[in-house]
Write a new protein. Structure first.
Length: 359
């Protein structure tokens, strides 16, 4: 390479690096706060009880304004499920319309939909906010972890003897233990938790497990129906998406419910906040995403939902995982699974699981 060509090559690389640095350096917390003063509200569309519903959101609003010296209000509206909201945002952004929500809450599977379509703002959250670490950016420069939801088994301690209580998914089909719940086992009617289990077990082992599980089942329960375990209608539920959060919520009411990880590392949903492109209030949105990783925001989530991030020091989730030496699934493992999309093999596997669950 000639000296002149080498000079232009170095110059081009330097310009690219400078441009990239400018994108991330454009915002500081101070500049975001100053710009956010011109944005009087944060529009948020999510499930009706998200972050504790309107009561929890009011507390978050007050804590946010106190931390940043602002007077914003949260304009909240209940909306469809996370998949539908992601699809809506993608359609809005690609058609040039304003996004209907300034922030998007979703697990790694939902954020993957937005990531693949390149519909999320790139923000150096860890560089902006001292309390945000790169590990919290499950999708780097796109989303920040708000709460960690490990999957697991839940059971009624009044109906399952302590020496027979399941400690793993495989215990559910162990003939030495299963007579305690055979014919009365509740199974969630979803394929996703079994499909994700294949990341640890492989497809054939999961299909064999599913067949044996169905053979001793007594009914199907959605993830919102764990009160039927509490009531004693079913002694055990094979899997609950937010098992620990449900356990803490019900135990606070005196309910005889226990949750245990089904496998190690435990299948985990990482719920994150991100900022879609083309939002009406981008500065408030970025501030709010960072704010939700603060200790005061986490305290509100714990109070109203028994949920928190395992990466924020002192939270209920962080303490539980540490004290019980529970290892959560590496986010990258499940992210790679979702980013690969729906291959023919994956679709066939899910179709087989769906057929098994219908038996």
């Amino acid at each position: 390479m000639s000296q002149m060509r080498f000079f232009f090559f170095i110059l081009a690389v330097a310009l690219q690096l400078a441009a990239a640095a400018q994108v991330f350096a454009a915002d500081t917390v101070e500049s975001l706060i100053a710009a956010a003063r011109k944005e009087d509200e944060l529009t948020f569309v999510a499930g009706a009880q998200t972050f504790g519903g309107r009561k929890g959101l009011a507390e978050l609003e007050a804590a946010f304004n106190k931390r940043f010296g602002l007077k914003m209000r949260i304009n909240f509206a209940a909306g469809p499920d996370m998949n539908a909201r992601a699809a809506r945002h993608i359609t809005e952004i690609k058609s040039g319309r304003k996004a209907s929500s300034d922030i998007f809450l979703g697990s790694q599977s939902h954020q993957a939909l937005m990531h693949v379509e390149k519909t999320l703002e790139n923000v150096n959250y860890a560089g902006l906010f001292p309390w945000v670490t790169k590990e919290m950016e499950i999708y780097p420069n796109e989303a920040v972890l708000v709460y960690t939801s490990p999957n697991g088994i839940v059971y009624n301690v009044n109906l399952v003897p302590k020496d027979k209580a399941p400690k793993s998914y495989l215990d559910l089909i162990d003939p030495r233990l299963s007579p305690a719940w055979a014919g009365k086992l509740a199974i969630p009617p979803y394929v996703a938790w079994l499909a994700e289990l294949s990341l640890n077990w492989g497809q054939e082992k999961v299909k064999d497990f599913a067949r044996k599980l169905v053979a001793i089942s007594g009914g199907r329960l959605r993830y919102s129906e764990e009160e039927r375990i509490v009531s004693g209608e079913f002694p055990v539920m094979a899997n609950l998406g937010d098992a620990l959060g449900a356990m803490w919520t019900w135990q606070a009411k005196g309910a005889p419910i226990m949750a245990v990880p089904g496998t190690t590392p435990i299948n985990t949903d990482y719920f994150q906040l991100s900022v879609p492109k083309n939002v009406a209030h981008p500065n408030l949105a970025k501030l709010f995403v960072g704010f939700m990783a603060t200790k005061e925001a986490q305290a509100v989530l714990q109070k109203h939902e028994s949920r928190s991030s395992h990466l924020v020091e002192g939270t209920l989730m962080q303490k539980y995982l540490k004290d019980n030496r529970v290892q959560v699934q590496e986010p990258k493992q499940s992210i790679d699974y979702y980013l690969k999309g729906e291959t023919d093999e994956g679709l066939q596997f899910k179709a087989e699981l769906a057929k098994i669950l219908k038996q």
